[in-house]
Design a protein around this ligand. Sequence first.
Ligand SMILES: Nc1ncnc2c1ncn2[C@@H]1O[C@H](COP(=O)(O)OP(=O)(O)OP(=O)(O)O)[C@@H](O)[C@H]1O
Ligand SMILES: [Mg+2]
Length: 156
Amino acid sequence: MKTGKIFSHSRAHTLEIAGRFARALRGGEIVFLRGPIGAGKTVFVKGVAQALSLKSSPTSASFSLMKTYQNKHTRLFHIDLFRLEENEVFNLGFEEMLEDEQAIILAEWPDPIAAVLPSDRLEINFVLRQGDERVLELVSNGCVSDRLLEALCQAQ
Ligand SMILES: Nc1ncnc2c1ncn2[C@@H]1O[C@H](COP(=O)(O)OP(=O)(O)OP(=O)(O)O)[C@@H](O)[C@H]1O
Ligand SMILES: [Mg+2]
């Protein structure tokens, strides 16, 4: 387990940090994004997807909790379970994602599926500060996420 802390002073800065972090992704990584509404979790995901030149795939209504971004080489799943009803979790079509060991998984409000995902994952907790300032508190738990944490600290 490793911990770290980085600072963002604006939306653009978070996009930049996420873009540099994206270069460390090889496939098979899991990132949990925590923090209150409006903290910048989705901005971070957009920064990653943009930096990897991933296109968002059409999302069906039943899959609105999960968006797929991809190109020829990389598939990224962006999950947001904020509006998930408790009994919905097993009907989401997550099987495809769980079987894809090379997928990159970025999950906001991840608690409903935390138990079915491997424990080697990077946790990023977005903390609101004054104005546009955010602190990103990092915790990793395994060799894949340890490497990601180091990359993210260098991306600042
Ligand atoms: N340093 C910052 N990093 C990221 N976003 C910032 C920052 N400062 C201000 N913002 C603004 O905060 C908002 C973050 O929105 P975003 O959708 O990413 O939040 P979120 O954490 O995904 O919330 P939710 O839990 O509702 O999904 C945006 O309007 C963005 O412009
Ligand atoms: Mg969001």
